[in-house]
Design a protein around this ligand. Structure first.
Ligand code: SAJ
Length: 445
């Protein structure tokens, strides 16, 4: 769409250009807002970072925020020490505002809906400070047409754009600089002004479009990944039935120049991929494949739980204890939001298993965490749910210690990350999700 056609430019907004934007207020200092605010501060902007959580503000000021994101605290400290970044609870007057607050999904009568309450409280909190010609940018993931609705809701002579964040947790700082960005402006000037800001630190290309297209682009990216993972998970179930090793099959299929199947696993977690596709389902009755993929990925924890239950029943292990390795939603992060591990643990506990949990990356979780030794002590099986680097690097000595502590020597790898030959050599019975040959019997759905 030609942005000029949208014709929202109004001279009363004031005659600003990118050079007039000197002060930026970033609302929400989480995984996206904090690095973005720090990056802008380190690139010469005067930045006010706003968050409603006083404890978080204190730990940012003291440089003590414990986020397991490589390089982040160094970046934040640099920004604070430069004097360009200050953090506080309330917004203040600025030239531009960037909204980076969470947008979870809420379920009402089996229907998913994006919870826009944090967005609207952020918008309400800046409203008293907004002047003609100010720029408001939203980075949070939102359903299509939300930016337009918020623009109408604000009802002010301002510039506005949607610029979705695209960074991968665990690699945020690199991707913040290197990834291309999409900016959807409500008019051409909004898009150009926003581009000016992001150009200060982004090395990738910056593409301009309208807000609804930009909103759709963000949702399409995460949905593409969700659907691809759903396909891999379905292949894993089918390969379990057919006595085929799904990893060998995917690896060989991916030798085709136009095929790139992702990896199966115990389910899709995190606050992005497991959530965002629902925002498309929310706005369209035609999102059938997207809904089916979401349901399939959501079925994986139950599927894994049933595999374990059936296997232990078959082996007749009384009062079984199972050791969970990894409750983070993915490898090498501390984040447990929407982690499939939680659902699997609850399913196993409600089926009479004693569950112990080991995750060297995670600091707090809904259930107690133990160190490796306690976790495997007198255990009957290990269930690997997260592809942490530490699990991949277990040495012969570590595995031997684990072996000697356990009662029964079963290990179930749902991420295909262990050195299976080594574990088998030491005496473990190794089972792989998606390899029917490694299971004595088959799971039901
Ligand atoms: N997963 C699989 N199989 C795979 C890959 C991932 O089961 O082959 C699982 C992971 O274990 C995890 C979940 O999917 O549970 C999601 O992990 P992820 O690494 O695919 O993605 P996120 O949620 O950490 O980050 C995504 C990224 N989006 C894309 O790659 C398209 C990131 O760039 C976005 O910025 C982020 O969502 C977001 O904030 O939207």
């Amino acid at each position: 769409m030609n942005l000029e056609d949208k014709g929202n430019i109004n001279d009363d907004k004031g005659d600003i250009d990118g050079k007039n934007i000197k002060k930026i207020c970033v609302i929400g200092l989480g995984y996206i807002g904090l690095p973005t605010a720090s990056m802008l501060a380190n690139h010469g902007y005067e930045v006010v970072g706003v968050d409603i959580d006083s404890k978080r503000l204190e730990s940012i000021k003291n440089g003590k925020l414990k986020i397991n994101e490589p390089g982040l605290m160094t970046l934040v400290k640099g920004a604070i020490n430069s004097g360009n970044l200050k953090v506080k609870r309330e917004p203040e007057e600025a030239d531009a505002y960037i909204i980076c607050v969470p947008t979870p999904v809420i379920w009402k009568e089996n229907t998913p809906k994006c919870d826009l309450s944090y967005i609207y409280s952020a918008i309400d909190s800046i409203k008293p400070y907004l002047h003609n010609g100010n720029l408001v940018i939203i980075e949070s993931t939102i359903p299509p047409k939300t930016t337009e609705k918020i623009f109408k809701y604000l009802n002010k002579k301002i510039y506005m754009a949607y610029c979705p964040e695209r960074v991968l947790p665990g690699n945020i700082l690199k991707e913040l600089v290197e990834n291309d960005r999409i900016i959807g402006g409500i008019d051409k000037k909004s898009a150009k002004l926003s581009k000016e800001i992001y150009s200060s630190f982004v090395d990738g290309n910056i593409y301009l479009t309208d807000p609804t297209t930009a909103e759709m682009v963000k949702l399409m990216e995460n949905t593409y990944r969700d659907v691809n993972i759903a396909l891999a998970n379905e292949f894993a179930k089918i390969c379990n039935d057919l006595d085929v090793n799904v990893y060998e099959a995917i690896n060989l299929a991916n030798k085709h120049p136009r095929v790139n199947i992702l990896n199966p696993g115990p389910g899709v977690g995190g606050h992005c991929i497991s959530v965002d596709p629902w925002f498309i389902v929310e706005v369209s009755n035609n999102a059938e494949l997207i809904r089916a993929a979401r349901d399939l990925n959501d079925s994986m924890p139950k599927y894994v739980c049933n595999l374990i239950i059936n296997e232990f029943k078959r082996m007749n292990i009384p009062d079984p204890k199972i050791s969970i390795f990894g409750v983070a939603y993915k490898g090498n992060v501390e984040d447990t939001r929407e982690s499939p591990g939680k659902k699997i643990i609850e399913c196993l506990m409600s089926n009479g298993f004693n569950v112990s949990i080991y995750d060297p990356y995670v600091k707090t979780f809904d259930y107690p965490l133990e160190d490796l030794e306690d976790c495997v002590n007198n255990s009957d099986g290990i269930l690997v749910l997260t592809d942490h680097e530490k699990f991949k690097r277990f040495k012969k000595r570590d595995i031997l210690n684990i072996y000697n502590s356990m009662r029964n020597k079963i290990v179930v790898d749902t991420k295909n990350i262990l050195n299976h030959n080594l574990w088998k050599k030491i005496g473990f019975e190794v089972k792989l999700l998606g390899d029917g040959t490694s299971w004595r019997g088959k799971s039901n759905k």
